[in-house]
Ligand binder design. Structure first.
Ligand SMILES: [Zn+2]
Length: 447
């Protein structure tokens, strides 16, 4: 007798999409059978033509709690994740206070998160000047890897590494086989921006800033043999360099974000600071080239870089791109935003599951996540790939409703989410219902 069976004619399995029945025993996937197979279960859900995806894994989320919980917090971020079909998030080490640059800070963060998470949460550690002695203890405490900046991070308590610091950290992490994820912009190529002109803001952070920083990462990864990952790649001209580094055997990977794949700079109105991110959304030609890098497998995954703040810090009143916080809120909308464009390009749900579930789970070292496979956690998302809807900010579970997707027509809607076999969403409202059952994960953890 299984606890749950979920059937779908479009079940997205690692080997492809087919009609199947997913049987859940306890918190994990116990069997995958034929769609119409007779399976004895306490609960049997037939999704029919709705797709069944693995629960998404978003390896790039800024939760900001403790310390800046008024920007976003574990309760609100994980509610938004659940509503968006995301069953695991990896929390970034900065924008919370303290930043996660020591084991004590990690313990504070875990204490702040305990009991309020609607989905599972893993943690990145931070690599900053002066905390080299904390890398091994943080690794042993279960962080999924380390984040560093090569440019001002936007918050003073999380300073960037210089080229020597980058090489030194990668040298330390190589011995642990730990991953370093890098915010790759070169400050010497960036100029200050101000005013309401979006094009001027984009020009202040040109592609060459990303290129110069990624060159440093490639060189340091090559010299040390360490694993490095480029977060939120925006400048598509860097795709060729990343492809070349991979081909040369350098252990490099890269992600991009829904906003770089969905929006183009030409469409952003002046003063619309909800579109501000660093690096910036670039033009439509760049967007097309990013898609090709993703489709070619050079870019490994698509994750949100959800980084909200209160509306007043987004400079919504003045529309000044210099004053506004650089971060885009999209945790609940990433799947629909990417699918809206992907399906027009002839991509499939298999691609979506690889880019937004399997690849980020592998990146973060979470073997029980990101796949519908026997033995994995029963994290599942029911998704209607054909329905269209207009984004109503009032339906967002994020702490703040500011998002560039407001009023946009998107295709594909999350209908239900299960975390380790627990149904998360109220069928009518689409909002999380019941009690938060998310767990705090360590690297490599299995159910
Ligand atoms: Zn980020």
């Amino acid at each position: 007798m299984y606890d749950l069976v979920v059937r779908s004619r479009r079940t997205v399995l690692p080997e492809g999409t087919r009609p199947a029945a997913v049987a859940v025993g306890g918190s994990s996937i116990a069997a995958i059978e034929d769609y119409g197979g007779s399976l004895d279960a306490r609960r049997d859900v037939d999704l029919g033509d709705l797709a069944l995806l693995p629960g998404l894994v978003d390896s790039h989320v800024h939760v900001n709690e403790p310390g800046r919980t008024e920007w976003e917090g574990f309760a609100t971020a994980t509610r938004a994740a659940a509503a968006g079909g995301v069953t695991t998030i990896c929390d970034m080490p900065l924008n919370s206070l303290p930043p996660t640059t020591s084991v004590i800070a990690l313990e504070e963060k875990r204490a702040a998160a305990a009991g309020k998470c609607w989905v599972d949460v893993a943690f990145w550690g931070g690599a900053v000047p002066g905390n080299s002695g904390s890398l091994l203890p943080l690794h042993q405490a279960g962080v999924v890897g380390f984040k560093c900046f090569l440019i001002d991070s936007g918050v003073p308590e999380f300073p960037p590494l210089d080229a020597d610091g980058l090489r030194s950290v990668l040298g330390s992490l190589a011995g642990l086989d730990a991953l370093l994820i890098v915010h790759a912009e070169d400050g010497s190529q960036v100029t200050p921006a101000s005013g309401r002109d979006f094009c001027a803001f984009v020009a202040s952070r040109p592609p060459v800033a990303e290129r110069r920083a990624i060159e440093k990462v490639v060189a340091a990864a090559a010299a040390t043999g360490a694993r490095a990952h480029i977060v939120h790649l925006s400048a598509a001209e860097c795709v060729a360099m990343i492809a070349g580094a991979k081909a040369a055997g350098i252990r490099l990977s890269a992600e991009t974000c829904p906003h770089y794949l969905f929006f183009a700079a030409e469409q952003v109105p002046d003063g619309a600071t909800e579109f501000k991110s660093c690096p910036p959304i670039r033009d439509a030609v760049n967007r097309e080239a990013l898609w090709r890098g993703l489709e070619a497998g050079v870019i490994d995954c698509v994750v949100s870089d959800h980084s909200p703040c209160p509306p007043e810090l987004k400079a919504s009143g003045t529309g000044d791109f210099g004053a506004a916080w650089g971060g885009i809120a999209s945790l609940q909308l990433g799947l629909s935003a990417v699918w809206t464009v992907a399906r027009r390009r002839g991509r499939t749900l298999d691609d979506m599951a690889r880019w937004m579930a399997a690849a980020p789970a592998a990146l973060a070292g979470l073997p029980a996540k990101g796949r519908i496979a026997v033995g994995c956690d029963a994290d599942l998302t029911a998704f209607d790939p054909e329905v269209s809807f207009v984004v109503d900010p009032a339906r967002l579970q994020h702490r703040h409703q500011v998002t560039p997707y407001a009023g946009r027509a998107l295709t594909g809607r999350v209908r239900q989410t299960w975390l380790r076999g627990i149904q998360l969403l109220d069928a009518n409202s689409g909002a999380p219902d019941g009690e938060p059952a998310g767990q705090l994960l360590n690297r490599g953890s299995r159910a």
